[in-house]
Ligand binder design. Sequence first.
Ligand code: SF4
Length: 87
Amino acid sequence: MTTLVALRAPKWQVHAACRNTDREVDWTDSEQGSTAAADCKTICRLCPVRLTCAITALTRDESYGVWGGMDQADRKALRHADAQIAA
Ligand code: SF4
């Protein structure tokens, strides 16, 4: 099963730190300031594909979870700042 999941995942996800952690972390709780989000961000800090993960989430406009070390509020703030610069 793990092999099938790896084959279907984008290549960068094979190197994701969150795939290889023993820690039990709730990746779906993206509430800013929550313990779960903080735990996820700690793992993301050491992830070799963090930038690709963050860009993927921003491109998809992901609504939930921590991606690339950013929770939903972080992504929203980044999009807002980007729009301000573009204006
Ligand atoms: S940046 Fe975080 S969420 Fe993204 S692949 Fe790495 S550990 Fe997983």
